[in-house]
Structures are given as structure tokens and as C-alpha cells.
Design a protein around this ligand. Structure first.
Ligand SMILES: C=C(O[C@@H]1C=C(C(=O)O)C=C[C@H]1O)C(=O)O
Length: 87
């Protein structure tokens, strides 16, 4: 039998702990970004500006696409939506 099982001597628990720590941090960062984005939007609208700034959103989409490829674009779209709401 060559199948690797979770009972083999692989550090699965340790790797999963690291993954869980990263996920916790990603969630915290996601929520923090969303709060900051909402603050920017509220401040801009309070001074008569627009809710959205498409040029800035394009920069963010490009940053994620360059770093992560097509999936990065999807991540960035969700990230932007979580801050400023749906289009
Ligand atoms: C937060 C802002 O407002 C909106 C939200 C953005 C974001 O979440 O990154 C980017 C552009 C704007 O559409 C901003 O202008 O920076």
C-alpha cells in the first residue's frame, strides 16, 4: 500500500495549525481592509465625492492579477465588494 494516510508520520497536524493561523490572519486583514475602505468611502461622500473611484479600483485589480493571475482578479473583486458594497 502506497497511499499516504493521516496516520503516517507526516506533520499534517503541524501544517494544518500553520494553515489555520494564516486563515485567521487573512480573515482579520480582510475585515480590517473592509473597515478602512468603508471609512474612505464615507469620508469622500461626506465631502461631496463619489462612492467609487474606478481608476483606483483598476490599480488594485491589476496588482492582484499581476501577483496571483486570473484568480487574483476574482479575489480583488470580492475584496473591493466587501469594502464599498456591490456595484
Ligand atoms: C477605499 C476607497 O474607495 C473605494 C474602495 C476601494 C477599495 O476598497 O480599495 C477603492 C476605490 C474606491 O472605489 C478608495 O478610494 O481608496
Amino acid at each position: 500500500m502506497n497511499a499516504i494516510t493521516e496516520t503516517d508520520a507526516l506533520p499534517i497536524d503541524s501544517l494544518r495549525e500553520q494553515i489555520d493561523g494564516i486563515d485567521t490572519e487573512l480573515i482579520r486583514l480582510w475585515q480590517e481592509r473592509s473597515r478602512l475602505s468603508q471609512q474612505v468611502g464615507q469620508a469622500r461622500m461626506a465631502s461631496g465625492g463619489t462612492r467609487l473611484v474606478l481608476a483606483r479600483e483598476r490599480e488594485i485589480l491589476a496588482r492582484f492579477r499581476e501577483a496571483l493571475g486570473a484568480d487574483g482578479t476574482q479575489v480583488a473583486l470580492l475584496l473591493l465588494r466587501s469594502g464599498r458594497g456591490p456595484l
